[in-house]
Structures are given as C-alpha cells and as structure tokens.
Write a protein of this length. Structure first.
Length: 340
C-alpha cells in the first residue's frame, strides 16, 4: 500500500496510546502520512487512553494528562481538526462493546503468538500475572479499526501484526454471520525512516527507553540530544576513517536532511577520514531545529487555549461515536441481538 493508491472512498483510522509525548519516531513513522492524507479522504484519529490503561492502571493520571498532550502533538504537526476527526477512545463505549464480541473470535494461543504483544510481554516481564486487558488489547484494537470500517491504517511497522489480527477477526466474523458487515484494512507503513533508531543506536526510538527526541522538545533539548548521539566509537581522531553503517547521526541525516546529495558527500568524507563528529552533528542539529521550530510554535498556540482543544476533542468524539454506534448496531443485528 502506498500513498498514491489512496482514493476518496478510503477511510483512515489510526491512533496513539496516551502515555507519553510523541517523538520524532512517531513523526516519520505515521504522523507525516496522516497530515498528507487528511485532505484525500476521511480520517479518524484516536487518542487511545483505554489501551494505555491496559498496562498502566497504576498511572491513570499520567494517561489522562497525555490525552491533551498527544492532541497538542497532533495539532502541532499540522493535523487539521476541520479535516480529521480526533477523538478520545474511552468516551466511545461502543468500542468496548464491539471488542467484547470479538474476544469470542480469538484464542489465547493466537493472542500470545502476536509478535508485537510477544515483544511487549518480554519487555514488561509479564508471566501469568499479565493483565487480561493487556493480552487482549489486539481485539480491542480490531474494534477501533472496524468500528469505522477503516480501509487504511497508517502506523509504524510494529503495528502490522495488529492489522493482520484485525483482518482475521473481520473474516471470521463475516463468515460466521454469512454477511459482509466488517471491512478489512491495510496497514500503511512509512517507506523511509521506518524504525528510526534511538539516540543510543540500540533500539528503535522510544520514550520509555529514554532514547527519544520528543516533538515538544525545546531547542536546547534538541541540541543536547543530537550531541549525545551514538556515532562510531572507533572514530577517535578527526583524521580517522569513520563508519557510516550503524552510525545514528547518518541514519537521521538520511531521514531528515532535505539534500540527499549533500548527505552522500558527508558520508564519503566521513569514510575517508577528516570529518569531525561535531561537524556532522551540527549539520543534523540545524535540520532538526528547522523541522521542529514551526511545530513548537503551533503547539504553543494551541497549548495556550486548552479549552479550545477540549472543544475540538468533544466535537470529534461526538462524530466518532455516531459512526461507531452505527457499526455496532449492524454487528448486533447480524448476531440476532436486535430483539425489539
Ligand atoms: N496500538 C497503538 C499504539 O501503540 C494505538 C492504537 C490503538 C491504534 N488503537 C489503534 C493504532 C487502532 C492504530 C489503529 O500506539
């Protein structure tokens, strides 16, 4: 699936957990696509507070506070509430009701095989103590996607297993009731910058690993982050030849530098020897500062009026609820749950 095949009939749904600020990884991974797509077809953006609670019941206030913060991140990068419907997951109870039916179409074994869930279980060290809501969140995510009859889900590559599992549920449900009520969706993943590495070069960028640059970072924080980036540990003297592969600064220059010719020159010079890490970092810092400065300005504009942002979310949630309620009633009717 790529951006050119999108038609005005497509419906987009995607969203983010609200347990921390969005960062550059989210930006290249998905936000960029959403901004581009919003004028082409209907787009629903979900603030996944309920999903955040599946492994964060102890931090419910943080989850709640990040609903506003993530909404600000959306608005800051250029999501236009007149074109995209931004809504709060927990305020659309139809989604949980749909999920409760889907839970009967998925086995524990299948949930445990989901590679993303598997990774997350490992990261969190869950065993038999895994919260049931966490294990089953892919079924809830299937509800999020299908409630809107979404055909396209712009996400990072780590979310592909969720779309696969959603489509399995769709096929099972439709074949179960002998009608095509639910619609299969396709993931739209970024072609460049997928899995942007963290500042340490060890894993993908992630708030919880402390290796990220948030979209709301100050100019100072950006400078510090860039200057802390992992380069080539064997590049001790400026005259030494340096490694490009695995060098985080180059991974970022590949994604964020507007002039790929210039990046090619820098790579050649670095490999030959004679190019200081600090020069390279300075060039990257300039790119990131100019990308993030207008985002910061727009964020400040919206952040100065939280009541207006809540009004945007209220309108969006009302609209989203209408759509989800319609799908839910079709699903219930197909299951014969339309008694009177
Ligand atoms: N799982 C997504 C995340 O980790 C959030 C999410 C919830 C989502 N429901 C969704 C993404 C539906 C795409 C579609 O941030």
């Amino acid at each position: 699936m790529n951006l050119d095949n999108i038609s005005p009939q497509d419906i987009i749904l995607t969203g983010d957990r609200t347990n921390g600020p969005l960062h550059l990884g989210h930006y290249v991974g998905s936000l960029c696509n959403r901004v581009r797509l919003q004028s082409h077809c209907q787009q629903f953006l979900l603030l996944a507070d309920a999903q955040s609670l599946t492994d964060n019941m102890g931090n419910y206030l943080q989850v709640r506070d990040h609903v506003l913060q993530v909404a600000l991140d959306y608005l800051a990068v250029g999501i236009d509430p007149a074109q995209s419907t931004i809504f709060i997951q927990s305020l659309v109870p139809e989604l949980s009701e749909l999920a409760s039916y889907y839970l009967n179409l998925v086995s524990v074994a299948r949930l445990e095989r989901n590679p993303t869930v598997k990774d997350e279980i490992k990261q969190r060290g869950y065993q038999r103590d895994i919260p049931v809501g966490f294990l089953t969140y892919p079924a809830a995510q299937a509800a999020d996607i299908t409630a809107f009859k979404a055909t396209i889900v712009p996400v990072g590559a780590d979310q592909i297993p969720m779309i696969e599992q959603t489509n399995e549920i769709v096929r099972r449900f439709n074949s179960n009731v002998g009608q095509s009520i639910l619609v299969e969706a396709q993931a739209l993943v970024p072609t460049i910058g997928a899995r942007l590495p963290g500042l340490d070069g060890k894993a993908k960028m992630s708030k919880s690993l402390g290796n990220s640059i948030s979209l709301s970072a100050s100019a100072d924080e950006i400078r510090q982050a860039v200057h802390s980036m992992y380069t080539d540990p064997a590049h001790l003297r400026i005259s030494d030849p340096g490694q490009v592969a695995g060098n985080v600064v180059f991974s970022y220059l590949d994604v964020f530098h507007p002039d790929s010719q210039r990046v090619a020159e820098l790579k050649a010079q670095y490999q030959q020897g004679g190019l200081a890490d600090s020069v390279l970092k300075q060039e990257l810092e300039t790119c990131l500062q100019s990308l993030l400065a207008p985002i910061r300005t727009r964020r400040q504009h919206y952040a100065s009026d939280p009541a207006m942002v809540m009004e945007i979310l209220k309108t969006g949630t009302r609209r989203a609820r209408d759509v989800a309620a319609k799908t839910l009633s079709e699903v219930k009717a197909a299951l014969g749950l339309n008694y009177y």
